[in-house]
Design a protein around this ligand. Structure first.
Ligand code: ZN
Length: 444
């Protein structure tokens, strides 16, 4: 199905609603949605009853905070009690049109269901995102997201089709054929994971071809944080000579946010999901500009609606208008980290990735380190950290006082006190996969 845009520059007039209009719409939609969810979803009927919440109680958007957040673990447990789809399916099971699954790296793959209306909504929202990046019906889109199990392949293809672009569902395998295809058929835009974009550029070089000579000028990446990391984005843009924009979504929410052509942080789809940004410890809302965990509530999902879904993703929200004219709030820098990885040291949020960044810029280290979370720095009653304790490998030729220098740099840049225990090179365990930087053991 092809749809017509609302305006030459905007896919949907809702993108231009004032903040007041948006809030009014959200409240109306939430009232309706919670009434639907409370009567049709066994999962939420029970959760609402546990806290004595009646959907009719919702008078303002703030009233939503009287409901508990829904965490992934709770959702997975509920599915195990009522397999295979769980008690969260709110529509008639005959109306479920499609099921996608989580990648299941840490647990059994979790299913998520869509009705026909949900699928149409999804395609339309992604069409909105691609359109805001400059994609038009004259484009040729090669979808390089995986089609097997992963949500990206079908989602990407159907949305660009909706704009009227010519779509080539390539998938994320067979790099050489993807490259041949994009040169032969004059592909103008692609979508895929940042790592596959980098992989294709590498393979092209091995084949003696240069992707900068292709017609591709727009890239939408997703599925991994990559595009939010400036160095990765820049690398992709250089290798392809194309504009790279981030599309952020999850199995549970498709989409969450995407960048417009301005690339100033992904726009939330605020007429699709009501977004809260919460302090990970107190669960109180944090103001714009402050880090917190993104929590989302579907406003019109039919098949598997979620209420106050804890994404675990740490973001900063900016509700000021974007230069593109769209009013929906943005997430500058994309996903800044996972709440599970975040340490709170005397009220200061510290990510191991930020520690690593400082450490790699300090002289004399091998780059290997471990953050030790033991009773010396952790209050056993509250669990709060009073400072950082770190084991750090230093090279044999490290300058004198390198450990003190690192400690001072951490204090200056991250505002935390850090005790640095120097180690000789090769002391800490190496992993080929993502390194674990946290250790609960006693001191070295
Ligand atoms: Zn914008």
């Amino acid at each position: 199905m092809t749809s017509r845009p609302y305006h030459d520059d905007y896919w949907d007039e809702r993108e231009l609603w004032s903040r007041d209009q948006l809030a009014e719409y959200q409240l109306g939609a939430l009232k309706q949605q919670l009434a639907y969810v409370g009567s049709r979803s066994d999962l939420y009927r029970q959760r609402f009853a546990e806290v004595g919440f009646e959907p009719g109680d919702l008078r303002s958007l703030e009233d939503l905070t009287t409901l508990p957040v829904t965490r992934k673990g709770e959702y997975v447990d509920a599915i195990e009690r009522v397999p295979p789809f769980g008690p969260g399916v709110a529509c008639d099971p005959r109306d479920v049109r499609r099921v996608h699954f989580s990648s299941g790296t840490t647990s059994q793959p979790t299913p998520m269901c869509w009705s026909q209306r949900d699928l149409d909504r999804w395609a339309d929202l992604y069409a909105r995102s691609a359109y805001s990046q400059g994609v038009r019906d004259t484009d040729i889109y090669q979808c390089l997201f995986s089609f097997s199990w992963f949500v990206g392949g079908l989602g990407g293809t159907l949305s660009y089709q909706r704009i009227g672009a010519t779509c080539i569902p390539g998938g994320s395998v067979d790099a050489q054929r993807q490259i041949d295809t994009l040169f032969r058929y004059g592909t103008t835009c692609v979508g895929g994971t940042p790592s596959f974009m980098l992989h294709l550029a590498e393979v092209a070089q091995e084949l003696g071809r240069d992707l900068r000579d292709s017609q591709v000028r727009r890239i939408m990446v997703g599925g991994e944080p990559g595009a939010g990391i400036p160095a990765t984005r820049q690398r992709i843009e250089e290798l392809w000579d194309a504009e790279c924009r981030d599309g952020y979504g999850s199995l549970e929410f498709q989409p969450i946010a995407w960048e417009c052509h301005r690339g100033a942080g992904g726009h939330l789809a605020e007429d699709f999901a009501y977004a809260e940004v919460l302090d990970p410890e107190t669960l109180d809302p944090v103001p714009d500009g402050q880090r917190g965990v993104l929590v989302l509530t579907h406003l019109d999902k039919e098949a598997c609606p979620l209420v106050r879904w804890w994404t675990g993703d740490v973001v900063v929200r900016d509700s000021s208008p974007c230069e593109c004219g769209r009013t929906h709030a943005r997430l500058p820098g994309g996903v800044l980290g996972r709440a599970d990885d975040m340490l709170i040291v005397k009220g200061v949020n510290v990510f191991p990735s930020a520690v690593e960044d400082v450490l790699r810029r300090s002289p004399g280290t091998t780059g290997e380190f471990q953050i030790v979370l033991d009773d010396e720095v952790r209050d056993p009653t509250t669990g709060f950290l009073s400072g950082l304790k770190m084991r750090v490998e230093f090279r044999d030729d490290a300058p004198e006082g390198a450990a003190d220098q690192l400690s001072a740099n951490l204090r200056n840049e991250l505002k935390v006190r850090a005790a640095v225990l120097p180690l000789t090179p090769g002391t800490l365990p190496r992993t080929t996969h993502k390194a674990s930087r946290l250790s609960e053991e006693g001191s070295a």
